[in-house]
Design a protein around this ligand. Sequence first.
Ligand SMILES: Nc1nc2c(ncn2[C@@H]2O[C@H](COP(=O)(O)OP(=O)(O)O)[C@@H](O)[C@H]2O)c(=O)[nH]1
Ligand SMILES: [Mg+2]
Length: 252
Amino acid sequence: MNDSLVIIPTYNEKENIELIIKAVFSQTHPFDILIVDDNSPDGTGELVKAIQEQITDTPFENRLHLLTREGKLGLGTAYIAGFKFGLQKGYTYLIEMDADFSHDPKDLNLLRETCAEDGFDVSIGSRYISGVNVVNWPLNRVIMSYGASMYVRMVLGIQLKDSTAGFVCWHRSVLERMDLDKIIFVGYAFQIEMKYLAVQFGFSLKEVPIIFKDRIRGVSKMSISIFKEAVLGVIKLKFDSMFNRLPDRQRK
Ligand SMILES: Nc1nc2c(ncn2[C@@H]2O[C@H](COP(=O)(O)OP(=O)(O)O)[C@@H](O)[C@H]2O)c(=O)[nH]1
Ligand SMILES: [Mg+2]
């Protein structure tokens, strides 16, 4: 079995799903894939099943997995379900990636090597290491995203340039330390919560530069409620850490 699993949450990504699977499978390192689909009304899940059929009796057989959930339950819980699947299967590196090519599959090797070869516990595809490396995103999205990381640095004190980043490689030991059932946020706050826990638990995190491109196919699932959850979620995290309530499997 390969050592790395790329977890891709999907909701209505029929225009992207075949292309993104092919792009991941064409990388130099052999990455396996898990699609976590929330019963997309546009038939994304069916397309994945058809590809699974097509790759039977090929070197890609058994490298494309599909988890189907009954309805739209949020990106965060999709990743939690994916992490549990990957940990149970025995993967060493578990990688978060969007389905819409905003994250370039070519950067998967860099993310994995930063953990596998440079020895970091978590590697983060960062848009804000030097300036703003975002292409074609509307200005309000750039301000919200860049502002969110400044807000997180201010309130939580973690020195990450891009704490809402969704292109992340986790060494399994980090996820094993977390009580995944107690991770509560579903949107951007999920991305902040996971990184905050890794810092609080003493793991090493490394940001590596990527260029984030706005999607060209399909529609964004971003919503105001996701933004609100992030603003309030950060304050809740601060209190939870002050009162030692973080979801830590090693907490006495
Ligand atoms: N399974 C699942 N995937 C989701 C959900 N919301 C968003 N996604 C996926 O998460 C990824 C990022 O979402 P996207 O809409 O591109 O967010 P944006 O890049 O912030 O505009 C995409 O692959 C989406 O299909 C959800 O509720 N459930
Ligand atoms: Mg996107």
